[in-house]
Design a protein around this ligand. Sequence first.
Ligand code: NI
Length: 159
Amino acid sequence: MAIRQIRTIGDEILRKECKAVKEMSHRIRQLIEDMFETMYEANGVGLAAPQVGILKQIVVIDVEDGNQYVLINPEILEQRGSQTGPEGCLSVPGKHGTVTRPDYVKVRALDEDMQEFELEAEEFLARAICHECDHLHGDLYVDIVEGELMDNGEESEEE
Ligand code: NI
């Protein structure tokens, strides 16, 4: 496993569309392991492959609910309600802002064995899924932030 360099805002790679993963490989398994390690090392709760410079539709999430989610080629099938709250991003270090997201999402994705599954999520997990899926399409939360970006305190969660 290895810590990968996290790309930060201004890097054009964060603005590109990611390609779907067609088959699992040793390289992609390694990438997923590295993404978790990189995310944990940075105290993040989610990371998308373009944030480490790889334009593939892969997301990892750990919002400390006891699960390590791997979403390959994720597609949001349903969304409902709304929640407005603070959001940060490992690619926008030291900042956070207020973002409105759906309060519920249902997502379909492939797991590390390329098996399809559906996941229903609410509240913070729903927010994380939306944030990470946006990364796969070149979208950053700063595009939809309400008001100004603010400086972080010592403790904050970033995606
Ligand atoms: Ni992010």
